[in-house]
Design a protein around this ligand. Structure first.
Ligand code: NAP
Length: 268
């Protein structure tokens, strides 16, 4: 029931038509009987969009590609995770003051809790915004050193520099087979595989351990890992947990992972 008291939330990105966030958040608003609605906004000018958030009094928004980094400079306050990662994916409008959070970090921490990662050889593939959230989550959960593979070595070096005080990072090219061969936990934090065809790295040398993809469906990498009898997990756990945390920031309600997954029609 929409009326003059309905609170508006949404996700801002470009492109955005593929987003499953509206399905999840509208499902949660309905489940908890909240008078609120969540829409997807395909935005070309993020600074203009922030005038809109303030001017129209939206309750909050999620931010996705390509605006998570730019949003850091558009909010009034940021939490520790957003500051450390250098990116915001959740904004709460508190009476005209905009608070920025990074709930991707929490989402990935929840993924890691399912995996035997402590004391293991960990390799992160990718050096974009998501890789930074992944590496910061690894640091928060006690990991001291990781390998980092990326197509563009400059970007890998910048990421290493950003985190050098808190975690040791060894940078490698995507074809560093010896690194993959020694890896116990390989994490894909690139967008490679979203086409359902491509593989970010060749995992043939990997003989044991876990493959984690942060893309939220079974990518060719995840399927390949399972075919080699490696343990594998896709990004759905990260996705629902970043959303659960955003929802809690906006409403104060902490919903279960079970509920969030079932609203998306995912296996619980
Ligand atoms: P981003 O900042 O644009 O970074 C993209 C990364 O992918 C970079 O490391 C880039 O390498 C690499 N890459 C892109 N195309 C490539 C190609 N053809 N070959 C090799 N490497 C390539 O993006 P992001 O924000 O980090 O997001 C990455 C992925 O994470 C997206 O698919 C996003 O949907 C997913 N994600 C999932 C969740 C979740 O909740 N499950 C949360 C956040 C993000 P270069 O540095 O060489 O360009």
């Amino acid at each position: 029931m929409l009326n003059s008291r309905t609170k508006l939330y949404g996700v801002i990105g470009s492109p955005i038509a593929h987003s499953i966030s509206p399905k999840l958040h509208n499902g949660l608003f309905r489940y908890y009987g909240l008078n609120a609605v969540y829409l997807a906004f395909d935005v070309k000018d993020i600074a203009e969009a922030f005038h809109g958030i303030r001017g129209l009094g939206l309750g909050g928004v999620n931010i996705t590609l390509p605006y998570k980094e730019r949003t850091l400079g558009l909010v009034d306050k940021v939490d520790a995770d957003a500051e450390a990662v250098g990116a915001v994916n959740t904004v709460k409008n508190n009476g005209g003051i905009l608070y920025g959070y990074n709930t991707d970090v929490f989402g990935f921490e929840e993924t890691l809790r399912r995996i035997d990662y402590l004391g293991k050889e960990i390799t992160v593939v990718g050096a974009g915004g998501a890789a930074r959230a992944v590496i910061y989550a690894l640091y928060k959960l006690g990991v001291k050193r990781v390998n980092l593979m990326n197509r563009t070595m400059d970007k890998a070096a910048k990421l290493r520099e950003q985190f050098e005080r808190i975690i040791e990072i060894d940078c490698h090219r995507l074809d560093a087979a010896h690194v993959v061969g020694h890896t116990d936990v390989l994490i894909n934090a690139t967008s490679v595989g979203i086409d359902g065809i491509s593989l970010p790295v060749d995992i043939a040398p990997m003989g044991k351990g876990w493959v984690v993809d942060i893309i939220y469906f079974d990518t060719p990498l995840v399927k390949k890992a399972r075919s080699k009898r490696l343990d594998a997990i896709n990004g759905m756990v990260m996705f629902v947990n970043q959303a659960i945390r955003s929802f809690e920031i906006w409403t104060g309600i902490k919903c279960s992972e079970c509920l969030a997954l079932s609203l998306l029609g995912e296996k619980v």
